[in-house]
Unconditional design. Structure first.
Length: 281
């Protein structure tokens, strides 16, 4: 298990040859939804190891898909398998996290200890085979955490918190990483730096990453596969270069391609506004 900085483009297995996640005839709906209004109905899908970006308009099922994948939600019908394990049998949180960790949309929490101390604790208690302080230092540098290591999670900005949570996720060491809007509060230069490092780390260490962003340019640049969520149809999986076409993207978002950038900017602003409202700012 090497540093992602050591070999940024290494790929230790044939692309798409190893299935990590399998949905077998999965149906799911939320209790508050009207009867028959399912998020998924009889969904069967296999996802390979590697980096998959979930792409589609808000409310199309991306977050639900990530929660089902990680076992935070269970299907009404069918089976979700992750690394061969039926998520219905992974009710113990520690057992589940040995396989997958989830960064929830707008995840926040308060801590008594400062971030610098927590980084070392997460590393020590996590599932990585190698326990090297060099890796902790590397994450502090790449994610630019040094200026606020002495602060607690509730004392940092949203962007600083998101970079901290990403570091926690990598230190924890789960082989499957599930991330829902993990970088919307970062500056543009930070987004590229973080995504480049994250994808390099996944490739070097043979991990699996599924993420959702409302930034099509980043989804295209930092993925091997796209999972498109067209309204009223099952998700469609393919290699990024095959899936990222004007026709397919417009079908998923149901707006002209030239308008998508503005639509995604509006959604990211809504996330920021909701975060400020929660924080009372």
């Amino acid at each position: 298990m090497g540093s992602a900085l050591a070999s940024a483009h290494a790929w230790p297995y044939p692309l798409g040859m190893e299935t990590e996640i399998c949905f077998e005839h999965v149906s799911f709906h939320y209790d508050e939804s009207p009867p028959g209004e399912n998020v998924f109905t009889d969904l069967t899908l296999e996802l390979p190891r590697g980096i998959t970006s979930l792409v589609g308009q808000n409310g199309c099922g991306k977050s639900t898909f990530l929660l089902l994948t990680g076992g935070a939600l269970l299907p009404e019908q069918g089976i979700v398998r992750i690394r061969g394990e039926d998520t219905a049998g992974l009710r113990d949180e520690n057992v589940r996290h040995r396989i997958a960790s989830i960064i929830y949309q707008n995840l926040e929490f308060e801590t008594d200890k400062p971030i610098g101390e927590l980084l070392n604790e997460v590393h020590a208690l996590g599932f990585r085979e190698e326990k090297s302080s060099d890796f902790v230092r590397e994450l502090i540098e790449v994610f630019e955490l040094a200026p606020f290591l002495g602060r607690r999670t509730q004392e940092v900005s949203k962007g600083e918190l998101q970079r901290t949570i990403l570091a926690f996720s990598l230190l924890y060491g789960s082989p499957v990483l599930l991330m829902d809007e993990p970088i919307f509060a970062l500056e543009d230069s930070q987004k590229d730096r973080v995504m480049n490092y994250l994808c390099s780390h996944v490739r070097v260490n043979g991990l699996c990453l599924l993420y959702s962003l409302h930034e099509l340019d980043l989804s295209k640049r930092y993925s091997d596969f796209l999972l498109l969520f067209p309204p009223g149809a099952p998700p469609e999986l393919g290699k990024t270069e095959d899936m990222f076409t004007r026709e397919k993207i417009e079908k998923a978002y149901q707006v002209p391609f030239v308008m998508l950038r503005r639509k995604e900017e509006v959604f990211r602003q809504q996330l920021m506004d909701a975060d400020r409202a929660r924080r009372g700012k």
